[in-house]
Design a protein around this ligand. Structure first.
Ligand code: PEP
Ligand code: MN
Length: 331
């Protein structure tokens, strides 16, 4: 249930509602919006008796939320959420491009790629320091050394950093260095990691699992938000289907579907969906055209020597072309 406050309700009114919800044995999470604040009740198993809530000053009405997810729902927060990190606004008017290598391999590699993606207009640098690899014998990432390189990229080149936390042993250190913490497709339903991400002080980029429905993705985002972190960016990165022409099948319908029911910004990773660089530009253009709030793209200055995902990494000149071509697309 949502307790919708009047337009002129004060912070004291909102706090009185939260206390009354706690007296009833539930939790109340205020969701401020441009027009009004709503307080979302969580923890109830069935209908809530709203008579005492309706009697409080500043309360306009109560609304029953029809979806299993609440905090991520547009019913709770009708305006689209914009996540502002410094000057970068994810979910605003312009799509935000996050680009970089699959993995940080060395300082020289990271700086070379960061300089070129920044020159083309990317605002966020991507690069894994902890890599979830299918084989235990594949390159697993540089760990904290990689995070320190990313911090240097942030400080010297002026790009925000998105990088993955793969489990509870590295989320603390990732939180320290990253501007955005990525939770990967394989971990979309790692509920203890999601709860920990919900206690983080940084925004979370949550990738859709390769066999997850949109509702499951939204329920995972709900785990994060229910712990208090409302800064969640969703990411469509391709799902497993019978089609084997691409590494995964990019589900572009996910973007309008998510936007219909959720206020969270949603970006697309065309690289892991395609698995081949030849398809990354057309898929990126499609993603922007259907309303994605940004892209997460793999770029490498020397893909044939990349330690992971070289086949799907764009050459620098391809990334420059992608940036030019998406500029003219109306969303
Ligand atoms: C990545 O972004 O490098 C990655 C491993 O992505 P995913 O979790 O989508 O496979
Ligand atoms: Mn990758």
């Amino acid at each position: 249930m949502l307790v919708v406050m009047k337009n002129d309700a004060t912070e004291a009114h909102v706090q009185a509602v939260v206390r009354e919800i706690e007296n009833l044995g539930y939790r109340g999470i205020p969701m401020p919006g441009a027009q009004r604040t709503a307080v979302c009740i969580i923890g109830n198993k069935g209908p809530v008796d709203d008579s005492r809530l309706l009697a409080l000053d500043g309360v306009k009405e109560t609304i029953v939320v029809t979806k299993p997810y609440k905090l991520v729902s547009r019913e709770t927060h009708p305006e689209s959420t914009i996540i502002a990190i410094g000057d970068v606004k994810i979910g605003g008017e312009k799509p935000v491009i996050m680009a970089g290598p699959c993995a940080v391999e060395s300082e020289e590699q990271a700086f070379t790629i960061a300089r070129l993606v920044k020159k083309c207009g990317a605002l966020v640098f991507r690069g894994g320091a902890f890599k979830p690899r299918t084989s235990p014998y594949s390159f697993q990432g540089l760990g904290e050394e990689g995070l320190k390189i990313l911090e240097k990229v942030h400080n010297e080149i002026g790009l925000l950093i998105v990088t993955e936390a793969t489990d509870h042993t590295n989320i603390d250190v990732v939180e320290k260095y990253a501007d955005i913490i990525q939770i990967g497709a394989r971990n979309m339903q790692n509920y203890s990691l999601l709860r920990r991400a919900g206690q983080a002080s940084k925004p979370i980029l949550l990738k859709r699992g390769f066999a997850a429905t949109i509702d499951e993705l939204l329920m995972s985002a709900e785990y994060i938000m229910s712990e208090g972190n409302t800064q969640v960016i969703l990411c469509e990165r391709g799902i497993r289907t019978f089609s084997d022409n691409t590494r995964n099948t990019l589900d572009l319908s996910a973007i309008p579907s998510i936007k219909e029911v959720s206020h969270l910004p949603t970006v697309v990773d065309p690289s892991h969906a395609a698995g081949r660089r030849e398809y990354v530009i057309p898929l990126s253009k499609g993603a922007i055209a259907v309303g994605a709030d940004g892209l997460l793209v793999e770029v490498h200055h020397d893909p044939s020597h990349a330690l992971s995902d070289g086949m799907q990494s764009l050459y620098p000149e391809q990334f420059a072309r992608l940036m030019k071509e998406i500029n003219n697309i109306n969303r």
